[in-house]
Design a protein around this ligand. Sequence first.
Ligand SMILES: Nc1nc2c(ncn2[C@@H]2O[C@H](COP(=O)(O)OP(=O)(O)OP(=O)(O)O)[C@@H](O)[C@H]2O)c(=O)[nH]1
Ligand SMILES: [Mg+2]
Length: 482
Amino acid sequence: MGHSTDDDPLTLAIAPPPNETPEEKEARLKAEAEARSVSEKIDEQLKAERAALKKKKPVKVLLLGQSESGKSTTLKNFQLTYSPKSWAEERESWRIVIQLNITRNVNMILDLLSEEMSNPSILLQGSVDSDESDDDSPLPGSPSNAPLRFTDKHALLKLRLGPLRGVQRDLEQIIGTSSNEEVFFALPGDPQALSPPASKSRPKEAFIRANHTWKLNNKSQQAAVKHFKENKVHEATEIIAGCADDMRAIWDDATVQQMLRKRRIRMEAMSGFFLNDAERIAMRNYQPSDDDIVRARLRTLGVQEYPIKFETGPATGSDWILYDVGGSRTQRAAWFPYFDDCDAIIFLAPISCFDERLAEDRKVNRLEDSYMLWRLVCSSKLLAKTQIILFLNKCDLLDQKLKSGIFVKDHVRSYGDRSNDAVTASKYFSSHFKEIMRRHSPESRTFRVHMTSVIDTTATAATLGVVEEGILQGHLRSVDLI
Ligand SMILES: Nc1nc2c(ncn2[C@@H]2O[C@H](COP(=O)(O)OP(=O)(O)OP(=O)(O)O)[C@@H](O)[C@H]2O)c(=O)[nH]1
Ligand SMILES: [Mg+2]
């Protein structure tokens, strides 16, 4: 039955000669073994060279998730933990962002005060939608619709804090809210992309532009900063310093607090809230702490590339590139080109947002939006082999929210009669994300999840340690597979 093999030209060519003597056979086998060994060595060398090349390639990590999910904050944690030198260099740049954040906090209160003082009938109609919650019931613990009693003190505070409106305008100009920059990222034919979406009662946010101009890297930008430092920034710092006591007074005022409760606005839970630190931040020589920087809010536009040379940890010396994306709807089309060729994705889902709506589309629940995005990422064929790590973020806010008496089951019907505590709720949300991954991944993959509050830099450093190791291993495994 050896017919076909015996006739095969290759078999015939490499067959031992007929009548081979034992000596000849031994010599032939030896020669063949040597040839095999040389060939294996060459293969190994080629593999090692390719592996070395790949190892030199930076580890690429993409941060994804809806707007305000905590992507940029996670990036800051990476910088703080693994690249402290470059973190320190950027400290000063955050000062004006934080000044802008606190100025906005005050101006938001002033807007609400003006509305209430000029139109007290609003009060008698009960609560007004604050943008932050789906239902119209007053916040637990808020008094009944008792009328707000404004006095001369409020009129005076409004007057004295008035200059902060000009400060906001100046600081926004310095950081850069030019619509031209946004056009750069506009989706073709998308008129919304020309102006950042902002709902009626939500303060507009500052945002990072595509080319990091807010960090002011080139000469003309540096000249512009110098100019502003001599003029506008100095002026803004002086005005803020002069307003320190009044900022504190307006925030501590019982009527203002009552007004916020009536409107179901929890300013403390809002991004970039700094009023509890007014005196410190208002100081003329204010230097942002690490914690301040992590809490500062600056919206991201487009896709920002952050090369990080690891200065500490097991990956010391290695180069990583973190891609931080804008998470609002008009920004999402820019994500897809980055799906190709990335080692890992860290997906942020803020689980405290189960009762909130998207700023850019008030019809959409934020948790539902996160589920939808997660499904999209899990089902992407381009990402079939990419490691995906889920951060169920803002666990601190989830805990506060549930303790304040807000019930998950009132917003997520399937939650049923489960216990209304943060651990049970986060496990419940986690199981939902896991199921989506299981159902929609093109190939089976491991569900890696971390419960996070990424403003907690110590806890986040520990989480990043685990994540870093996992990503590195994945990177090296892919090297072995070349
Ligand atoms: N309390 C609390 N605040 C958080 C947490 N994570 C982020 N934040 C705050 O939420 C705000 C928004 O976070 P960002 O990291 O800027 O959100 P982002 O996902 O980058 O948003 P875009 O750039 O708009 O896509 C910031 O002010 C953060 O300090 C968290 O776990 N807990
Ligand atoms: Mg961001």
